[in-house]
Design a protein around this ligand. Sequence first.
Ligand code: K1U
Ligand code: ZN
Length: 186
Amino acid sequence: MSILDIRVLGDPVLRRPTTAVIEVTDELRKLIADMFETMYAAEGIGLAAPQVGRNERVAVVDVEGSKFTLINPRIISTQGIRKEKAEEGCLSIPDIYGDVERQFTVTIRAIDENGNEYEATGSDLLGRCFQHEIDHLDGKLFIDYLSPLKRKAAMASWEKTKAKYPGHTRRVRTEVKGEHHRETEM
Ligand code: K1U
Ligand code: ZN
């Protein structure tokens, strides 16, 4: 398995719509395994294919041990009208956070890495993560939901941060130091 480079804000791949997966191949399973490894190395709870420069309609999620592979996911229902505002971050916009209002509970239909269709219902952080990852597959980012004022402030902050990511690339590596595993960015 490999840790992949993460594309950051400004890379056009994050704004491109993805292409539906026709067949779950070994090559796709390798991409999924690499995406899980990259997500864990970056200490995220989700990761979508465009974030690693790919255009397949695929994402991975692990919220408190509830692990999902999302191939061609779509939201099939939102239970009730309850919405909730909470702070979000994005592995492709490091160090920038903002409050986003989303459905509290969503049910998705997707295909897993074995090619089997399944449905899953997620509330709270899991529901939020499903929505955040499906947005990535449609070229949408959490900053798109911020008010003009908050978005302007977020972009001003990003202007200072983005120099850390030449070529719109965030390199996450797990480094072994003595007995400790440490995350480093290069
Ligand atoms: O897709 C991504 O950029 C991953 C992103 C997913 C996400 C974060 C917050 C709300 C919804 C979806 C992250 O994992 S950023 C890391 C993060 O914010 C976080 C990490 C652990 C627990 C909670 C949030
Ligand atoms: Zn994100």
